[in-house]
Design a protein around this ligand. Structure first.
Ligand code: FE2
Length: 258
């Protein structure tokens, strides 16, 4: 896949997203949010590709995964008025279905079509399933690039840009002990255990335990994402233990060569 091959994909994506533009201000805001997120994830993916010294072929494949990773979000929000997969449907599966129905990838070799679809499919699950080295690597790349942008949104000083805690959760004051212990054992907190906005913040902090590349950890450090998220939490002993645990982990991983 070359730069020439990706141009029609970018054009298709742009037109596809614009087909969801709506006079309804709520839909429009959510469509734009994901359109802008996608553009930034493409940029992060390009930076990660450089850090990993990928070939042009691999870079363009990675970019197309970034371009399409959230392609399901536009229909999801328009149809269900939520980005919550549990209350609607898995946006990654929906995205793969959309790509297939539209035949967007049909000019690519079969093996590359499959790789892009697999990486889109695997971008949001708890784990990446066992698969070929290439599929797993692309999935890991999109998961890291995606998380970096979500962390940027959570910690943004721009009020309009910042992702606020989900309204269905209670306040920031209470941290559930189960969530803390789970993270200290080295696991990403479980989405279904989130009870409060503080748990949700801890859940997102614990994403560090599911990041793959030294580049990603260096980015987390450079931007101070962990510290910025921690500052929004009550400064209790258990929060301090989690922050220390995660920052030690970040330092170890940032120092690795890949
Ligand atoms: Fe996604």
């Amino acid at each position: 896949m070359t730069e020439t091959d990706i141009r029609p994909l970018r054009r298709w994506f742009k037109q596809y997203v614009q087909s969801f533009y709506s006079p309804d201000a709520d839909i429009q805001a959510h469509v734009r949010l994901k359109e802008e997120h996608t553009a930034r994830v493409c940029d992060r993916m390009a930076e990660l590709s450089t850090a990993l010294r990928l070939t042009t072929e691999q870079r363009t494949l990675a970019e197309s995964v970034a371009l399409f990773h959230d392609v399901g979000r536009f229909q999801q929000y328009t149809q269900y008025r939520t980005f919550n997969d549990f209350r609607s449907e898995d946006h990654a599966c929906l995205g793969v279905r959309i790509l297939r129905q539209a035949g967007v990838l049909s000019d690519l070799p079969q093996s590359q079509q499959e790789l892009v679809q697999k990486a889109v499919r695997y971008h949001n699950g708890r784990d990446v399933p066992a698969d070929s080295v290439e599929a797993v690597n692309l999935a890991r790349m999109i998961r890291d690039a995606d998380k970096i942008d979500i962390l940027a949104m959570i910690t943004s000083e721009d009020e309009l840009f910042r992702i606020l805690p989900s309204p269905e959760f209670g306040g920031m004051a209470q941290v559930s002990p189960g969530t803390v212990e789970f993270i200290l054992q080295g696991h990403v907190a479980r989405f279904e255990h989130i009870r409060t906005a503080a748990d949700q913040m801890l859940f997102r902090m614990s994403w560090l335990l599911d990041m793959n590349f030294a580049w990603t950890f260096q980015m987390v450090r450079e931007k101070g994402y962990l510290e910025k998220m921690a500052a929004q939490l009550p400064q209790t002993d258990s929060v301090r233990r989690v922050v220390e645990f995660l920052s030690d982990y970040r330092e170890r991983r940032a120092a690795a060569t890949v």
